[in-house]
Design a binder for this molecule. Sequence first.
Ligand SMILES: NC(=O)c1ccc[n+]([C@@H]2O[C@H](COP(=O)([O-])OP(=O)(O)OC[C@H]3O[C@@H](n4cnc5c(N)ncnc54)[C@H](OP(=O)(O)O)[C@@H]3O)[C@@H](O)[C@H]2O)c1
Length: 252
Amino acid sequence: MNTAPTALITGSNRGLGQAIAHALARTGHRLVLAHRPGRDISETMRRVEEAGGEAMPLTIDIADLDGIRHLRAGLEAALRDRWGSAHLDVLVHNAGIGVFGSLEDATPEDFEALIGTNLRGTVFLTQALLPLLEGGGHVIAISTSLTRHVSPATSLYAASKAAVEAFSRSLAGELGPRGIRVNCIAPGPSATDFNSGAMRDSEELRSAIARSTALGRVADPAEIGEAVAALAAPGMRWVTGERLEVSGGAFL
Ligand SMILES: NC(=O)c1ccc[n+]([C@@H]2O[C@H](COP(=O)([O-])OP(=O)(O)OC[C@H]3O[C@@H](n4cnc5c(N)ncnc54)[C@H](OP(=O)(O)O)[C@@H]3O)[C@@H](O)[C@H]2O)c1
């Protein structure tokens, strides 16, 4: 029987989620590639297969509580059908949104969207999938370096991710006795579509960010993916309740 570990990654159709999928495939994981309805997952599928991995797509909108609640039975059946086991070794909460601006410009809708996606999605997807994680599962939440250092116009976004970190740390204590670990990876600015692609497309912003990191540049998404895969590796099995920043030394 194939005993490769199974990982589910939310928001895996592009950006860091795609890079995480690629890195986990390269380290021998079989993958559940979660994405919002109607999104094209074919490029991530192609990259996983190119890395020698196997994957199945799964539709999840993490802002849709009802959808999350009804997800588990179908996922369990699909996992058993495809790989003979419904156990999830790794759950990566990567899907997230950013809303950036001054406090004067913030609206209750911005607040609800940030909390509803970044925090509530992480909380209730973890809750829904807990039975699949029992006895050896590992929850990895993607936070941000902005919970440690301050940048202009990021207060609501940073608060939503700080809440994810606090949730993860407490949950590590709660779930440890059941053999479930919980950790966060906190990336620094990375060149994706995030924040309207600013880190990728604005030379000025990239230079400013590069000057703020010890290593002098913006991250390649692959470097975040590889850090997640390293945290998911067996050699990190004694690590739980931690936040690992992967930012090239931003604002040290
Ligand atoms: N890039 C950075 O500089 C950076 C730095 C630190 C932390 N992060 C965090 O890293 C994660 C990934 O960011 P990224 O750079 O890859 O951003 P991105 O390119 O904007 O991709 C975000 C991903 O999240 C998905 N997503 C958003 N809302 C969702 C929902 N309600 N349900 C399901 N999926 C949803 C998106 O799906 P759609 O394609 O359907 O929109 C997309 O796949 C986020 O949590 C972000 O906060 C990013």
